[in-house]
Design a protein around this ligand. Structure first.
Ligand code: CA
Length: 716
């Protein structure tokens, strides 16, 4: 009996619990709390001179009370110091600052500790993530940062470990596996700590993953609880690890077919918000897996608790409430964007609320204690619904959006990049506005008719080969014209836009609000910018030489306010969308930590010249059948890293330019033999035959010749 096993285990734990006052049967042993170093009270106090947790404070508002840098003097902001990073991948971390030390992570889950005033490196830690891990990471080898608690630093690694380091010297104190297995799961998110519990989930809902979030004792790494976001195999009682059997049984009624065979998705890959007022942990869950419901015959059930905000008891992980933002998800509408807590007057009543702007394009206001739906409004153009029920918050789904039912491609706004995703938003106490980095990236969804799971790679059930942007100037120009992004200032009480700044493209940086009437944001056009928080006037900018996707933070030491941001373009949009819809072509990746202060005079080295690549493919001598098969297989196995229509965004090799496509043997050595495994390009022999590899090669040669012809045409 599942419940019996849980009860016996927890009763035994209760008997040896040291926190006897908190322990009762069914309650896991509570960890000890930090009394020195970083404490709960310090994190709860929010941003001050220090920045102690990913979202600034437990409220995740990223709102600083510092005013030394303000709208009056920001024009005098200059570079104080910078540090080059050794990983040329997307940089998504928010640095933390405590006791004069700046803690930052880079791609491949590396940790660096700098003197926050001078930039001198104190120590660094490399968890040696095997590079082949990236084949099960949908969205680059990124990491969003560490957590601090007591005298320790916590890093969750791409390959699924949770590691505790000493703040003083970066030495490993303990290391635990934080995912169910290392085959399908990856971690890119920043852990959070509350009441001595280190909280972390994982990514992987594009593969074979069952979403979960777990809590670990900060001193020992002992796992205290796990909450699964999706029910397991009914034959095993849905849930074998905790007190959530009823919640899992309820969720199972919303699934069809054999959903558990591919895990079901719902991964908790970014947002984790501890609410000290309610003692709840709120988190967002990812897409249902596979995206195409027909692929596992899961039908049009709601697929709980995917694409939802879920709340559990912080001490035990016991289910308290959920609100599903995207029922019957089939569009990769993760609800993983950060969940912000605020106290707002709504309808003449003071309410303690959770604010959320997930991928699906609606801005939600929920009661933070009960999950009651208060209201929602679209903050971006969307066509997957025809509206939302003002009482329940349940969307009316556009029948055309059920692409697996129609058998036709559905061009959706938003798409899998989301109207807003992990790039953090911020909220200013002074203006009451929320500053959201928004995207407009359309996506075509077409169900693959005869899709079967495979032993490797993406498992989403779409036909990405048939929906790739064609080698046609007009089609590409049209796609570019509608692909854009903005910084949006949103009033969460009126549920209305106050101002917005149109940006050159989508996939810009997260935001920081400060009491100096400022909002800081880096962008895809290689600028780090300060705007006035009340009006959105551009007051200052710095040429960052590289696209910025991470969010800035700020701190104060010895009479000086600093603003820090991690620069380095990358992540999902760069990889999948490539450069085909970018208005300015390839955005560079120069990975670097930038730190500013008033009167700063440091200078970046000159930007290195960009190597000019001219397409020079071998002539196409393959068959139409090979190209059709190659396009199909490329869409399934390659597009997620090497880009739509085989056009790379610049982070990974552009295969149209690869010398290897001239040789059938070279391609087989790489695709099947794993010759480039050390770079992350593993063998795909579990999914592809030698004929398949040759078909992909012929498709790449065809694509390279098409684009060479287009380039020649455009030069005339
Ligand atoms: Ca997803």
């Amino acid at each position: 009996m599942v419940l019996g096993k849980w009860f016996v285990a927890s009763a035994a734990v209760a008997m040896i619990a040291t926190f006897s006052g908190c322990s009762k049967p069914g309650t896991p042993e509570a960890p000890s709390l930090a009394t020195t170093g970083v404490t709960d009270a310090m994190i709860n106090a929010g941003v001050g001179n220090e920045w102690l947790t990913y979202g600034g404070g437990y409220d995740e508002q990223r709102d600083s009370p510092l005013t030394q840098i303000s709208d009056k003097n920001v024009a005098g902001l200059g570079l104080a110091w910078f540090a080059d990073l050794d990983t040329a991948r997307g940089q998504e971390a928010t640095p933390l600052m405590h006791d004069g030390v700046l803690y930052v992570t880079s791609a491949w889950s590396k940790v660096f500790a700098y003197d926050a005033k001078t930039g001198a490196l104190k120590w660094s830690y490399d968890p040696q993530v095997p590079r082949e891990t990236v084949v099960r990471a949908c969205c680059d080898a990124v990491n969003r940062g560490v957590a601090l608690y007591g005298d320790k630093v916590f890093i969750a690694t791409l390959d699924g470990r949770l590691v505790a380091l000493n703040q003083s010297d970066g030495k490993v104190v303990w290391s635990k596996l934080a995912v169910p297995d290392q085959e399908s799961y990856t971690i890119t998110g920043a852990p959070r700590v509350a009441k001595g519990l280190v909280l972390i989930g994982s990514g992987g809902a594009e593969y074979k993953a069952r979403g979960s979030i777990s809590a670990f004792d900060w001193m020992t790494g002992r796992k205290v609880w796990t909450f699964h976001t999706v029910p397991g195999n009914p034959a095993d009682g849905f849930d074998q690890e905790g007190p959530n059997a009823k919640a899992m049984e309820d969720a199972a009624k919303t699934w069809g077919g054999d959903w558990w065979k591919l895990g079901g998705g719902g991964t908790v890959w970014d947002s984790i918000t501890y609410d000290p007022q309610t003692n709840l942990v709120l988190f967002g869950t990812g897409n249902a897996e596979p995206w195409n419901p027909n692929a596992v015959d899961r039908g049009v059930g709601d697929a709980l608790y995917t694409a939802s905000v879920v709340a559990v008891d912080a001490d035990t992980g016991t289910y308290r409430w959920h609100f599903q933002e995207t029922p019957e998800d089939r569009w990769d509408f993760d609800s993983d964007a950060q969940i912000m807590l605020a106290d707002l007057e709504i309808g003449g009543k003071k309410r303690h609320v959770a604010l959320h702007a997930p991928k699906n394009g609606y801005f939600y206001v929920l009661d933070a204690k009960t999950g009651e739906f208060l209201n929602a409004k679209p903050f971006a153009t969307q066509n997957w619904t025809t509206g939302i029920d003002p009482k329940t918050g349940k969307p009316t789904i556009n029948p055309e959006a059920r692409y697996e039912k129609t058998g036709k491609a559905f061009i959706s706004l938003p798409g899998a990049m989301g109207a807003h995703t992990w790039q953090p938003m911020s909220m200013s106490d002074k203006t009451g506005l929320v500053y959201i980095p928004t995207n407009q990236v359309a996506q075509a969804y077409l169900a693959q008719s005869d899709w079967k799971p495979s032993a490797i790679g993406y498992q989403i059930g779409l036909d990405a080969g048939k929906t790739a942007i064609p080698a046609d100037k007009a089609a590409r120009a049209a796609a570019r014209a509608m692909t854009t992004g903005a910084l949006l200032a949103w009033d969460p009480v009126k549920q209305a836009k106050v101002w917005s700044v149109e940006l050159k493209g989508p996939w810009n940086g997260g935001t920081l609000a400060t009491a100096g009437n400022l909002v800081f944001q880096g962008n895809a056009a290689s600028q780090f910018v300060a705007y006035s928080a009340d009006k959105g006037a551009k007051l200052w900018s710095f040429p960052s030489q590289t696209g910025i996707v991470a969010a800035p933070m700020t701190y104060f030491i010895d009479g000086k306010q600093y603003v820090a941001v991690l620069a380095g373009w990358g992540g999902a949009y760069d990889l999948v969308a490539g450069a085909v819809v970018n208005k300015s072509g390839i955005t560079r990746n120069i990975s670097r930590l930038l730190v500013f202060k008033l009167g700063g005079t440091a200078k970046l080295p000159p930007i290195p010249p960009m190597a000019k690549q001219v397409l020079d493919p071998p002539p196409f001598v393959g068959t139409a059948e090979q190209v059709a098969l190659g396009s199909d297989l490329y869409g399934r196995y390659c597009v997620v890293c090497h880009g739509d229509a085989a056009i790379s965004g610049g982070l990974v090799p552009d295969l149209r330019h690869s010398g290897a496509i001239a040789s059938a043997d070279a391609i087989k050595a790489i695709v099947l033999g794993g010759a480039l495994k050390h770079n992350g390009m593993v063998s795909f022999k579990d999914g592809l035959t030698p004929d398949d590899a040759e078909a992909i090669r012929q498709y790449l040669i065809k694509r390279a010749n098409e684009d060479k012809a287009l380039e020649t045409t455009s030069m005339k």
